[in-house]
Ligand binder design. Structure first.
Ligand SMILES: *[C@@H]1O[C@H](CO)[C@@H](O)[C@H](O)[C@H]1NC(C)=O
Ligand SMILES: *[C@@H]1O[C@H](CO)[C@@H](O)[C@H](O)[C@H]1NC(C)=O
Ligand SMILES: *[C@@H]1O[C@H](CO)[C@@H](O)[C@H](O)[C@H]1NC(C)=O
Ligand SMILES: *[C@@H]1O[C@H](CO)[C@@H](O)[C@H](O)[C@H]1NC(C)=O
Length: 818
């Protein structure tokens, strides 16, 4: 079991390694990449159909015959950066398709030859060969384009086997170099020659001169010469005539400046059109200005430079000066007077440059990464041919001065002032630019919105990236030709609009402080084809909805959508892409919200009105309220005193005319149900021999509640019996709740005679129960009424009924009479 698992794991790992190492490339070529795999020998399991095999950066010391034999499709083999010492080309005998073979950076000192007919690229550079490893077989490798070699000596006969081949590039690395037989190189036939000297050795100037006579493109790396310039031989005139190089690049040059001048003079007077010197250090001895006239070299330089030359472009990159005293003025004069098209002096700590004395041929000047200031080319009329001026990374401060500098450059089309210290204020005064200026790079300065007062009128493209611009002021002069404006990485809070740039096509406003971009942008800027507005701190709220709508309507004009457009605020939405941010229409539209609220209120009112009118809800509410009040009171009251005398639940008083209702409705309904309600009617419980009033009072006294069935009839015929009684009896005082009034029919107030104070008061308090006309309400009415009269009557009253009856009645009667 365990072994099975381990086999499975092993197989997985193996497959994944295989998968990582062998992948078909775009052209369907199988690549096996073992680069940096710490291999000490060529692996055995290389897939048979590999086209590209990378074995570089390993520790392989031997290439045996049979490791590559099976790889019949091999086209590219990279064995660079290994430890191979002996090279036997027969190892690749069966790789008939092999085109690229890189064996550079090994320790090879000896090679055994074999024809590799299809080889195009063979690199043996950076090895330990003493003599150039050029076999006779190379002479019939007609596909050979690139040949990399290394050697410690070069003799005239060494190139004889390849002299007839037309090569593209020959790359020579010469470490521990000890011998050069002059004119050896010239036997070579190549377009491009690349020589690398050792860093710790004097270079052989013969190689420089011969190299220039050998190929059109020459690159030499590591030119050091520690001997005195007097030992540095000038080339013969004969040699100078043979020079055919047009492109010369010298990289890592550390020479006495007189030697440099000597080389420069040679080049100036040759066929070279493009000279590039990179990583240049020039050293002493010190030359005083007074000495200057006595140095014939300098004088000849001055004369020479004013003459014509094949030279078109001079590029100096990264120049360092190891002289303690050096009159740069002379040098500036030489440079400025040069009769060439293109001059680049890059990263040279140059603080100044002179205006040419006579009309200059410069079309391209690149002085990037220096220490130039506002004084450059002020009032300089002679740069009328200049089309491109690059002053990136200098120390310019005044935009207005820069504009005046250009105003005399009649052909200037492109100006790069990026990464300077430019500021501008209105106090600085006006600006005057070259009319021809079409493109202006002012990025990475300290410019504010006042810059818009100082832009060339005919400009097409302005880069104002990474400045301090907070807004685009209104009322600036119109830049009708402006097509492209870059305002990225500024401090703008909104899209600028196009009042002043009617022709604007591309606007970049990334990385500003825009929370909610105004949505009318494309309306005010109809010609804009591309808007880059990403990476702003968008605030995802209702206002942003308009901008999102704008995106949908713009038809893909918003560049970088959706990845670059991400909410920053509010916190909980931070990181959400704008395309995923949605708010409902209702949440954002105030009018809609108000209308909705209004509609809801109206519906509510309508429902309430419907309930009131058709279902009489208020009535039910009132009834329920009364019912609960009754219940509450019953709970709190403890009518102990009276209870002892109570014999009935309720006394009912009504008009004779309403007796039908009382007998058919009230009594049956009250008496039914559980509570077995006892009612006192003065007709039924009439005690003969007493007056009506006495009988009534008797009934009231013995009843828990008194129910009066109110109707106009009752008021006119019956109420008179009670009014006086109520006026005096404590039981029916204001707070009394023994009274239940049932309003059988509405009683207009004029029906109630003025003397019935008590009735008026009771009616005003509206504490009566209304008899509902609708049958559906009757149940609740009766329930309410029953609840009001329901009480547990004492059971022992029957015995002393008569006595108490008499005493109480008489006492009341007496009081009534009083
Ligand atoms: C092989 O891999 C290395 C990095 O591991 C890479 O630099 C190299 O380009 C690769 N070689 C090929 C031929 O793809
Ligand atoms: C071989 O590998 C080295 C180092 O990775 C690389 O510089 C070189 O270009 C490669 N050569 C070929 C022919 O792919
Ligand atoms: C440089 O070339 C000259 C021939 O011009 C030769 O005499 C001299 O030995 C060479 N120097 C070295 C270091 O090979
Ligand atoms: C200016 O020269 C430097 C050095 O050669 C180069 O890297 C840079 O690209 C040039 N700038 C332009 C805008 O051509």
């Amino acid at each position: 079991m365990g072994s099975l698992t381990s086999i499975y794991v092993f197989a997985c790992v193996f497959l994944s390694i295989l998968w990582n190492n062998i992948q078909p490339t775009v052209e369907n070529k199988i690549t096996a990449n073992y680069s940096g795999h710490l291999l000490t020998e060529v692996p055995k399991n290389i897939p048979v159909h590999t086209h590209i095999l990378d074995l570089s950066h390993n520790s392989i010391s031997e290439i045996t015959n049979f490791r590559f034999t099976s790889l019949s499709d091999l086209q590219v083999l990279n064995l660079s950066h290994n430890l191979i010492t002996e090279l036997d080309f027969s190892a690749f005998m069966f790789n008939q398709d092999l085109e690229y073979l890189d064996l550079s950076h090994n320790n090879i000192w000896t090679a055994y030859c074999q024809l590799l007919a299809r080889l195009r690229h063979l690199d043996l550079s950076f090895n330990k060969f003493t003599v150039l490893p050029i076999c006779q077989e190379f002479g019939i490798m007609f596909h050979l384009e690139y040949l990399g070699l290394s050697a410690m000596m070069i003799r005239r006969s060494d190139f004889r086997y390849v002299a007839h081949l037309q090569l593209d590039t020959v790359f020579l690395t010469l470490e521990d170099f000890s011998l050069y037989e002059p004119l050896s190189l010239t036997a070579l036939n190549t377009r491009s020659l690349h020589i690398v000297f050792a860093t710790n050795q004097n270079f052989n100037f013969s190689l420089l001169y011969d190299g220039m006579s050998t190929s059109e493109k020459l690159k030499i790396v590591n030119l050091r010469y520690t001997l005195s310039h007097k030992d540095f031989p000038s080339p013969s005139l004969e040699l100078q005539k043979k020079i055919k190089a047009t492109d010369l690049m010298l990289d890592t040059v550390d020479l006495e400046w007189t030697v440099i001048l000597q080389i420069f003079l040679l080049v100036w007077d040759s066929s070279v059109e493009h000279l590039t010197v990179r990583n240049l250090i020039f050293r002493g001895p010190v030359v005083e200005l007074t000495e200057y006239k006595h140095v014939p070299l300098l004088r000849s330089l001055e004369q020479l430079l004013s003459l014509g030359s094949s030279m078109k472009a001079l590029t100096l990159e990264r120049v360092r000066n190891k002289l303690y005293y050096f009159n740069q003025e002379i040098l500036y004069r030489q440079f400025s007077e040069m009769n060439i098209d293109s001059l680049t002096i890059h990263d040279a700590c140059m603080p100044h440059m002179l205006c040419p004395k006579k009309p200059s041929s410069f079309q391209y000047i690149n002085f990037s990464r220096n220490a130039l200031t506002d004084e450059l080319f002020q009032n300089c009329d002679t740069l009328a041919n200049l089309k491109i001026l690059i002053l990136h990374r200098n120390k310019f401060e005044s935009l207005s001065k820069v504009s005046f500098m250009t105003s005399r450059m009649k052909s200037l089309r492109y100006l790069d002032m990026s990464s300077n210290l430019l500021r501008n204020s209105r106090a600085e005064g006006r600006c005057q630019w070259a009319d021809s200026l079409a493109e202006l790079d002012l990025s990475s300065n300290q410019l504010t919105e006042a810059v818009f007062e100082c832009l060339p009128a005919n400009i097409n493209k302005v880069d104002l990236q990474n400045n301090q611009i907070a807004n685009v002021p209104k009322g600036i002069t119109e830049l009708h030709s402006l097509q492209e404006l870059n305002l990225a990485s500024n401090r703008l809070a909104d899209l600028p609009g196009c009042r002043a740039f009617t022709g604007l096509e591309i606007l970049n406003i990334e990385r500003n402080l825009i929370l909610t971009p105004s949505a009318d942008f494309f309306e005010t800027c109809p010609s804009v084809k591309e808007l880059q507005a990403g990476q702003n701190p968008f605030k995802c709220s209702c206002e942003l909805q308009d901008f999102l709508r704008l995106e949908r309507q713009s038809g893909g004009k918003l560049s970088g959508w959706p990845e670059a457009y991400v909410c920053k605020y509010p916190e909980d939405l931070s990181g959400t892409q704008l395309k995923d941010f949605h708010l409902t229409e209702l949440a954002c539209n105030t009018t809609l919200l108000l209308v909705t609220a209004l509609l809801l209120t109206l519906v509510l009112v309508a429902v309430v009105a419907f309930l009131c009118i058709y279902l009489d809800v208020p009535w039910y509410v009132r009834m329920l309220w009364q019912w609960t009040q009754t219940k509450r009171r019953a709970w709190h009251d403890c009518p102990e005193e009276r209870e002892t005398a109570l014999q009935f639940h309720a006394f009912i008083s009504y008009s004779e005319r309403d007796s039908l209702w009382v007998k058919n409705e009230l009594i049956p309904n009250l008496e039914k149900g559980e509570g077995c309600i006892q009612l006192c009617q003065h007709e039924r419980n009439f005690i003969p021999g007493k007056s009506i009033v006495e009988n009534i009072i008797n009934c009231i006294e013995k009843s828990y509640k008194s129910i009066f069935v109110l109707s106009p009839n009752f008021v006119q015929s019956e109420w008179c019996h009670y009014e006086l009684y109520f006026a005096h009896h404590r039981l029916f005082s204001e707070n009394s709740n023994s009274l239940i009034l049932i309003l059988l029919e509405p009683i207009p107030s004029y029906v109630i005679p003025a003397r019935y104070h008590k009735l008026k008061a009771l009616m005003a308090k509206r504490t009566y129960l209304e008899w509902p006309k609708e049958r559906s309400k009757h149940a609740l009415f009766w329930a309410n009424l029953r609840a009001a009269v329901n009480i547990k009557l004492p059971t022992s009253f029957e015995t002393d009924e008569e006595q108490s009856d008499v005493t109480s009645t008489s006492s009341i009667t007496q009081r009534l009479i009083k």
